[in-house]
Ligand binder design. Structure first.
Ligand SMILES: NC(=O)C1=CN([C@@H]2O[C@H](COP(=O)(O)OP(=O)(O)OC[C@H]3O[C@@H](n4cnc5c(N)ncnc54)[C@H](O)[C@@H]3O)[C@@H](O)[C@H]2O)C=CC1
Ligand SMILES: O=C(O)[C@H]1O[C@H](OP(=O)(O)OP(=O)(O)OC[C@H]2O[C@@H](n3ccc(=O)[nH]c3=O)[C@H](O)[C@@H]2O)[C@H](O)[C@@H](O)[C@@H]1O
Length: 442
């Protein structure tokens, strides 16, 4: 099949690259000329393990192309994927202006019948509207079919997820169109679930909202565990062994971030509100998450009366490991608070520091390594569970910090191991461990 993918963020670039890897000829279109220039060289503008290699391979084998020119990109294509952003508007609803522009671009450039497949996460009813926009702006006499094909990949494991997903959801206007999309995806070897367009659109929001609910649920259990002396990891383990519950997405921490859960949960509240339904449970999930991003700060306040002039090391800035994405990362709220309290914040992240510099307060200083960040620090906060941090010998904290006080927002260390070291250790939903006498705590 000859395919165009419009938008080369995470979803567009990974989708385009993986579709070319399974044998299709794919042209990725973006309006950002710098990005396109890089991608033509096989360099991904985003950090995603394995992506550069796969891009280079398919470019070399003449299956993967990049352009800013819609004429060239849409020329002679059977299927066009829409993968542009649908960011949050001020009221929480999804901003569809990029999608609308693509619909107009398609209408004004296509010269033959096409199937338009929406990968972007869009509110229920959007695909019908996309078709309307295209038909209202069509220049040539061609037929357009619409398909909702939401994406379920996770950043950091996007390539793996594309080849090992649990299902591919296809919401189509009719069976023939659904069959064509199923055929395109056949080499992935993933079950295809076919449904109507509106149900497919809703599946995406419902899935993300449910996963976010699991996280907020375990985070509240974690907060209660701390008060009643239970261990949230054992609780999650014991719960997760019940197949009806499942063990995934029960890691307590400092809340969910990223480009999707925060925006998609708010958008679903809006979608419900538009039909006069108050999604009370999801509103609670969002509130709990906002509070959870600050839990570590409340713990820090109990420990230190005053942070002014103290060196606070921050390990991990990205919203999760294996990505350089800073969107809605807990580190944004946390470092802002620390800076406002007068702390000297020294941060280190293996890959997200360049992006962080565009977002975090200019008073945040960036270290060249973990050890550089820890040197002479009064306290360290661990905000992202990179392996590099999980693999640290706890003696590193003892050796380099002024006082080895650790606030671990991602439960990187085993309490039984921590007990063997002269550190003070606070984590999430587990008893604190204090093996040191501090000289001047307050
Ligand atoms: N980031 C993720 O892990 C996932 C994202 N999604 C959804 O996929 C959609 C895309 O998300 P991201 O890839 O993160 O987006 P992004 O915002 O990072 O990238 C979008 C790209 O589209 C380009 N663009 C905008 N207007 C254009 C136009 N008219 N023609 C050509 N290119 C244009 C931009 O220059 C940008 O490169 C969103 O709806 C998101 O909710 C779904 C699953 C996973
Ligand atoms: O719609 C999307 O964009 C994507 O959103 C999430 O993927 P992603 O945001 O890349 O990352 P996740 O691994 O889901 O993590 C999201 C956030 O939840 C947090 N999290 C995750 C799992 C957990 O048990 N606990 C927890 O706090 C992570 O630290 C992170 O901040 C979904 O997992 C994907 O299926 C979906 O396609």
């Amino acid at each position: 099949m000859k395919i165009a993918v419009v938008g080369t963020g995470y979803v567009g670039l990974v989708t385009g690259t993986c579709l070319s890897e399974i044998g299709h000829t794919v042209t990725c279109i973006d309006i950002d000329q710098n990005k396109i220039n890089k991608m033509r060289e096989g360099i991904s503008p985003i950090y995603e393990p394995g992506l550069d290699e796969l891009m280079k391979k398919n470019i070399m084998e003449n299956r993967l192309f990049f352009t800013t020119d819609h004429n060239e990109g849409f020329d002679n294509k059977d299927v066009i994927y829409i993968a542009v952003g649908t960011p949050e508007k001020e009221d929480g609803s999804a901003n569809l202006s990029f999608v609308e522009q693509v619909a107009i671009d398609i209408a004004t450039h296509i010269k033959k019948d096409v199937i338009v497949v929406t990968k972007s996460t869009v509110p229920v009813g959007t695909n019908d509207w996309i078709k309307e926009v295209i038909l209202n702006n069509l220049v040539n006499d061609v037929k357009v079919e619409i398909v909702s094909n939401p994406e379920f990949l996770r950043e950091g494991s996007a390539i793996y997820d594309s080849f090992n997903g649990d299902r591919i959801v296809v919401g189509a206007e009719n069976e023939e169109t659904a069959d064509i999309i199923e055929e395109i995806n056949k080499p992935f070897g993933i079950p295809v679930f076919k449904t109507d367009i509106r149900s497919a659109e809703m599946i995406k929001y419902a899935a993300n909202a449910f996963l976010a609910t699991k996280i907020s649920f375990i985070n509240e259990i974690s907060n209660i565990c701390e008060k009643v002396g239970a261990n949230v990891e054992d609780v999650a383990n014991g719960m997760g062994q019940d197949n009806r519950i499942g063990s995934q997405f029960l890691n307590a921490g400092i809340g969910y971030g990223g480009s999707c859960f925060p925006k998609d949960t708010k958008a679903l509240v809006q979608i419900a509100g538009n039909v006069d339904y108050e999604f009370e449970l999801l509103k609670g999930v969002i509130r709990v998450n906002q509070k959870q991003q600050e839990v570590l700060l409340r713990k820090l306040e109990q420990k230190f009366d005053n942070l002014k002039g103290r060196k606070v090391a921050v390990l991990g800035l990205a919203f999760k490991p294996n990505t350089d994405d800073m969107r809605e990362a807990a580190s944004i709220v946390i470092t802002q608070y620390l800076v406002e309290k007068g702390a000297n914040v020294v941060a280190y992240d293996p890959v997200a520091m360049e992006n962080a510099k565009q977002i975090l307060d200019s008073k945040v200083v960036y270290a060249a390594s973990t050890i550089d960040a820890l040197k002479e620090a009064d306290v360290v906060l661990i905000l992202t569970e990179w392996n590099e941090f999980k693999d640290l010998d706890l003696e590193t904290f003892v050796k380099y910090m002024k006082q080895p006080v650790i606030f671990d927002g991602r439960n990187c260390f085993e309490p039984n191991n921590v007990k063997k070291h002269h550190v003070e250790y606070h984590s999430m939903g587990r008893p604190s461990i204090n093996n040191i006498q501090l000289l001047s705590v307050k």
